[in-house]
Design a binder for this molecule. Structure first.
Ligand code: NAD
Length: 478
């Protein structure tokens, strides 16, 4: 018996949750429920996070959270409960299966059956942003080795458990050699441990185009946060079934399961809403807690119901559907199909293996780290690059010289092109002339000189070699 936390949410939430729970209980799910209140009422009672301290305690105690959609009230100041939950509970993996239900739900991609595995905690979503000059703001893209290892391993373990044949990685490592480069590198390392599962890497732009055009070429796709955010919506949409998709948010300790759609307030209380999205989330929950055969039974009964043409209003189509039903009646139809399998849609068979093999991250031995230079970022509103270089050269130290200046990453000194458009944000790279090691004291001296000469240094980035290998980007054109 597994204790789970349930939030019925707002709008259509309570109806689709009741339907979902009725189905999984009828299928034999061994669950006990602690219900909590989250969402609109809690927000409007003055709690800007939409959830109380006691509810957090319940979620953390039970570790498994099935959540119906909630309404985030209009107006500023209310924090998204989804984002807060992911971050607080370290839910690093977002898993969204996107399969078409052709010919029962309209789609241009009848053979599509993919699962997007999205890293959920880092990348540009770390939320570290700064304005540095009048013209330039920045957002730090942080990619960590544990973050990469955890998500990539999850993708392969998921593929293994669900009998999937291939894991594809999407990155843009031809441009972002450090960040996306690390993600790709870790993907290659971990792929080797799964010789029975095919693996491949695509550059995200052409990969995304291929996925939107020929999704049947893919199986499981793993990617960093931002790409996954965008492409998981594309995938759900082109499967033809945004309203039918569920998603799992998995952490080392806790997990949250939900539908991908919102609370559809205009449909609330009318017994109209389709409970399928939340049911898909609940099926993911059942496999997560090891009740794999119950999950399989529910999924096959659900597929059979869709195939029988028993449809809620949102997917009802004259000529394809046989019966337009409400939320409750749909749930009853699924319950009456428990034990049956679809005949036209592909029935599912989930592996009996109870849990995924997700070892704790093991920190590797530190590499030899040498400071070999520094990038000093300067706010300067002029346009004459040669003049700017002469100003910056005033702060050089004996044996530490200006080696280049870039503007938005493009080298403008030495040997820049007058055509290059420049903003007021300049990266000035200083390196020891003898190719030796720089000291932190020298960086402080550079900053001191900059201050004395009226040069507006907005930040520094240290340039390192790790085990003798340069671990920073060159200037474009360098
Ligand atoms: P929505 O997903 O609630 O609704 C979009 C459209 O899809 C509506 O026309 C609705 O009628 C239809 N629809 C959605 N789910 C359906 C279902 N199960 N059955 C039948 N039809 C369905 O998106 P929205 O209108 O932009 O947002 C409404 C509220 O939901 C907002 O307050 C938003 O903040 C919130 N929201 C919550 C979540 C979440 O809790 N995870 C996610 C998205 C939006």
């Amino acid at each position: 018996m597994q204790r789970i936390t349930v939030a019925k949410g707002d709008g259509i939430g309570p109806e689709i949750m009741d339907a979902t729970l009725a189905i999984i209980k009828a299928a034999g799910a061994q669950i006990e429920i602690d219900e909590i209140e989250v969402g609109e009422k809690v927000y409007l009672a003055g709690n800007t996070s939409g959830i109380s301290r006691e509810s957090w305690d319940t979620i953390r105690k039970n570790k498994v959270f099935l959540k119906a959609p909630i309404t985030t009230p209009q107006g500023g100041g209310y924090k998204s409960l989804n984002v807060t939950t992911r971050k607080f509970l370290g839910l690093y993996a977002n898993i969204r299966p996107c399969a078409s239900l052709h010919p029962f739900v309209k789609t241009k991609h009848p053979l599509m059956d993919i699962v997007i595995v999205r890293e959920n905690e880092e990348d540009l979503y770390a939320g570290i942003e700064h304005q540095q000059t009048d013209e330039v703001v920045q957002c730090l893209k942080l990619i960590s080795r544990p973050g990469c290892e955890k998500i990539v391993r999850y993708a392969f373990e998921y593929a293994k458990q669900y009998g999937r044949k291939k894991v594809t990685c999407f990155t843009k490592d031809n441009i972002m050699k450090q960040t996306d480069g690390l993600f790709h590198e870790v993907f290659n390392e971990i792929a080797v441990e799964y010789p029975d599962i095919e693996n491949e890497h695509w550059i995200i732009d052409i990969g995304a185009a291929k996925m939107a055009d020929t999704p049947e070429a893919f199986d499981v796709i793993v990617m960093p946060n931002l790409y996954g955010d965008v492409l998981s919506d594309v995938a759900a949409q082109i499967a033809g079934s945004v309203g039918l998709a569920g998603s799992a948010n998995i952490g080392e300790e806790c997990a949250m399961f939900e539908a991908i759609h919102g609370s559809a307030p205009r449909r609330a209380g009318q017994n109209m809403a389709n409970p399928s999205g939340l049911l898909q989330g609940a099926i993911q929950m059942l496999t997560h807690i090891g009740q794999v055969k119950v999950a399989e039974k529910v999924q096959n009964a659900w597929l059979k119901t869709i195939e029988d043409g028993i449809h809620t209003y949102d997917i009802y189509k004259e000529g394809v559907s046989t019966q337009k039903v409400g939320t409750k009646e749909f749930a009853e139809a699924v319950i009456s199909n428990l034990g049956q399998s679809p005949t036209q849609l592909k029935a599912v068979h989930y592996s009996d293996e109870k849990t995924l093999n997700l070892p704790k991250y093991q920190r590797k031995a530190p590499k030899k780290k040498d400071l070999v230079g520094v990038d000093l970022f300067v706010h300067w509103a002029g346009t004459d690059v040669e003049h700017f270089a002469s100003l910056v050269k005033q702060i050089e130290l004996p044996g530490v010289k200006l080696s280049m200046i870039t503007n938005r990453g493009i080298k403008v000194y030495p040997d820049g092109f007058p055509e290059t458009f420049c903003t007021d944000h300049w990266r000035c790279r200083f390196k020891p002339t003898d190719g030796e090691i720089l000291s932190k004291a020298q960086i402080i001296q550079l900053l001191q000189h900059a201050e004395e000469k009226g040069i507006d240094a907005v930040k520094t980035e240290n340039l390192y070699h790790f085990d003798g290998k340069a671990a920073y980007s060159l200037g474009q054109g360098q």
